[in-house]
Design a protein around this ligand. Structure first.
Ligand SMILES: *[C@@H]1O[C@H](CO)[C@@H](O)[C@H](O)[C@H]1NC(C)=O
Ligand SMILES: *[C@@H]1O[C@H](CO)[C@@H](O)[C@H](O)[C@H]1NC(C)=O
Ligand SMILES: *[C@@H]1O[C@H](CO)[C@@H](O)[C@H](O)[C@H]1NC(C)=O
Ligand SMILES: *[C@@H]1O[C@H](CO)[C@@H](O)[C@H](O)[C@H]1NC(C)=O
Ligand SMILES: *[C@@H]1O[C@H](CO)[C@@H](O)[C@H](O)[C@H]1NC(C)=O
Ligand SMILES: *[C@@H]1O[C@H](CO)[C@@H](O)[C@H](O)[C@H]1NC(C)=O
Length: 461
């Protein structure tokens, strides 16, 4: 929050409020207390004729008969009807005389002042037989506060919206609005209107979202002003929108899974439902089919992984995104495709600890998804089990190396092609025996092989 308090004419006030500035120039020429040269006079300390104080403050004003003058009957009164102030007057105004018997100074002690204390205060005495007086006007204000202002407001897209800024303060502060340093609603702008209620923004669009400054100015008495600024944030609500609206096609194998992700923008954040198109309407998917639904990893979207256990599962799936302003539905067409056909392969360059595979991809007749790589599983032929076999994923390519093998050991190997949705059918099993160490050392190292093995092969004894 920014705050200025200005006393008298001030550069800051003139800068923000040129019109008020002009009016203050005239108020500025306040007459200073001029001692009455002829006869007696009283001294006030502080001497100002106007005193502006914030509610709750405490302060002292002293009235004194100047030294050397012969005065008596020194006293304070309140109001233009000059009601005497004495100890019994008010809880929060006290009078202190010095010396007590024949006072030459009398103090008015204010405590926790409130609006009720606003008044004309007059000090009176008789000096050299003549009645003299000196007065000041007390003005009380309550500073600007934003306690009741809603600092976060929300508007619906396409509607008109009035942002409020219910600032408190006495005298009542006046409010002006700014956004990104520019004053709003001043020059007969169509988009913005400023009224008692607040700042009305026509036909809210998403670009209206952001911070707005609520500037409050309080003119206190004749020559004092107070200024504060507070940013209010405007959030624009809009119905959900899919960033990608064309129908989605998802592929799955029979017996495999389909993995769907649904994400929409929207304010408030949309909630999601998965369902089927039944009788032309959205029908919620049974809970048993949404067990593998995940909205927690990233709350702005939902993913659904569904087992495609039988043919009847291959049907359109709908995702509905909904918030208080509306809903949208996206259709996912789930198409059944064949698993990638297994490649054929041969062994090349069999050594003591490594061997190289040469793959021949199968011709995929009508598979819309390209092969993205291969998976090999390998087990020792003696004592190995497929369930404990080592799994190695290769990237796309035809030559692959298996290493860290045991020498003089026979292995069984199977290979399948992989695509974006899973692993295809397995090839026939082929067996190969690594060389004994003495034989393998004589092997000419194979050069020029692109080694694409993605993992370290660990082989069981
Ligand atoms: C000051 O006065 C107000 C009423 O004007 C009262 O609510 C508040 O409690 C007082 N504060 C103190 C410290 O006496
Ligand atoms: C509101 O603004 C939108 C663009 O944000 C515009 O298409 C529409 O016509 C406007 N409506 C009115 C009533 O001005
Ligand atoms: C589903 O797909 C997403 C992204 O495509 C992926 O992060 C997630 O692991 C997949 N889930 C399953 C169970 O395959
Ligand atoms: C999908 O099948 C796997 C095993 O094949 C099972 O563990 C899982 O619970 C099934 N998911 C659903 C939603 O039925
Ligand atoms: C993998 O390689 C084959 C040819 O070997 C090619 O047809 C296919 O498009 C490649 N896949 C990718 C994802 O690059
Ligand atoms: C697979 O490995 C586990 C633990 O190493 C073993 O208990 C199990 O018997 C093995 N399975 C077969 C079929 O050998």
């Amino acid at each position: 929050m920014e705050r200025w308090i200005t006393h008298g004419i001030s550069g800051a006030l003139c800068f923000f409020l040129p019109l008020i500035c002009l009016s203050l120039v005239s108020a500025q020429t306040s007459t200073q207390q001029v001692a009455q040269r002829s006869g007696g006079y009283l001294e006030l300390q502080p001497s100002s004729e106007r005193r502006v104080e914030e509610q709750g403050r405490g302060f002292v004003v002293t009235c004194r008969i100047p030294a050397g003058l012969n005065g008596a009957n020194l006293r304070w009164t309140q109001g233009s009807d000059r009601r005497p102030i004495n100890e019994a007057n008010g809880r929060n105004i006290q009078v202190m005389k010095r010396p007590v018997d024949k006072p030459t100074s009398v103090q008015l002690v204010f405590n926790n002042v409130s609006k009720a204390d606003e008044n004309l205060y007059m000090c009176l005495a008789t000096i050299d037989g003549a009645e003299v007086q000196k007065e000041f006007q007390l003005t009380i204000y309550t500073g600007i506060n934003y306690d009741k202002v809603e600092l976060a407001q929300a508007a619906d897209v396409g509607k008109d919206f009035t942002m409020t800024c219910d600032v408190q303060g006495e005298p009542k502060p006046s409010v002006t609005w700014r956004r990104a340093g520019e004053s709003l609603g001043m020059y007969g702008h169509d988009k913005y209107t400023v009224s008692e209620k607040g700042l009305t923004i026509k036909n809210i669009s998403r670009t209206d979202e952001g911070l707005y400054d609520c500037d409050a100015t309080q003119i206190i008495g004749h020559d004092t002003s107070s200024f504060k600024r507070k940013a209010i944030s405007l959030v624009v609500n809009y119905p959900p929108e899919f960033t990608n609206t064309e129908p989605a096609i998802a592929y799955a194998f029979l017996g495999g899974e389909v993995n769907l992700t649904c994400q929409a923008d929207g304010e408030p954040s949309p909630s999601y439902d998965w369902g089927y198109d039944e009788n032309g309407g959205f029908s919620d998917m049974p809970l048993t089919e949404t067990k593998n639904r995940d909205d927690y990893v990233n709350p702005s979207r939902t993913t659904l992984v569904k087992n495609m256990t039988d043919q009847s599962q291959f049907r359109d799936i709908l995702c509905r995104a909904k918030n208080s302003l509306g809903e949208v539905v996206r259709r996912y067409t789930v198409k059944q495709i064949d698993k990638p056909v297994a490649p054929s392969f041969e062994f090349r360059q069999v050594g003591g600890h490594r061997l190289e595979l040469q793959l021949t991809p199968s011709q995929q007749t009508n598979n819309p998804l390209p092969t993205t790589g291969y998976r090999a599983i390998i087990r020792p032929s003696v004592g190995g089990a497929w369930e404990n076999a080592t799994v190695i994923d290769f990237m796309n390519g035809t030559r692959h190396v298996l290493d860290s093998l045991r020498h003089n050991t026979e292995y069984d190997i199977m290979i399948a092609a992989r695509n974006a949705i899973g692993v295809g059918d397995w090839s026939d099993v082929k067996s190969v025996k690594t060389l004994s160490v003495s034989a393998s050392t004589s092997l000419v190292p194979f050069t020029g092989v692109l080694i694409l093995m993605s993992g370290l092969l660990l082989v069981r004894a």
